[in-house]
Design a protein around this ligand. Structure first.
Ligand code: ZN
Length: 160
């Protein structure tokens, strides 16, 4: 955790982005780390956790980090939390929480609240369009053996 906090200080010192850092560990070894690079990369998705996941996955040459633990200097935002699920990281530890982040002027808490609202009550509208045409690739996917490598979240609905 102290390494993650040190990386948040690096983001501050180098002005790569706001002060956030993350480290991913598996079997007692650091396999990835990152600091916020939103400003320097002109990339709104370059959060510390995303950078650490990209680093670990590139190093291990896999999109999945089963059994890994992510340490973040602050509670992951909804985007990063989703990426953590997608990457199959097993557990997360964080230092400051979404409320402390809100006090510092960050939107993590607001985004969590936004996601709790029904789609038609959110600030950004979401409208389903020509679903039957989009469904075609799902049918191809379902009939393909690659479907077996999907995450297990669909099968575990309601139990997580
Ligand atoms: Zn994030």
């Amino acid at each position: 955790m102290r390494r993650a906090i040190a990386l948040s200080r690096r983001a501050l010192a180098t002005e790569s982005g706001p002060p956030f850092g993350a480290v991913i560990v598996r079997n007692g070894e650091i396999i990835g780390e990152g600091s916020n690079h939103v400003h320097v990369n002109n990339d709104p998705t370059a959060h510390a956790e995303i950078m650490a996941i990209r680093h670990a996955c590139a190093t291990l040459k896999t999109p999945y980090l089963d059994g890994a633990i992510l340490f973040s200097s602050s509670e992951p935002c909804p985007m990063c939390m989703s990426a953590i699920y997608w990457s199959r990281i097993a557990a997360v530890h964080f230092s400051t929480d979404r409320h402390a982040a809100a006090q510092a002027g960050f939107d993590d808490l607001a985004l969590y609240k936004e996601l709790e609202r029904p789609c038609n009550k959110r600030r950004i509208s979401m409208t389903q369009t020509i679903p039957e045409e989009g469904q075609v690739t799902f049918e191809i996917w379902k009939n393909d053996c690659r479907a077996a490598i999907q995450t297990q979240l669909n099968e575990d609905d309601g139990t997580m």
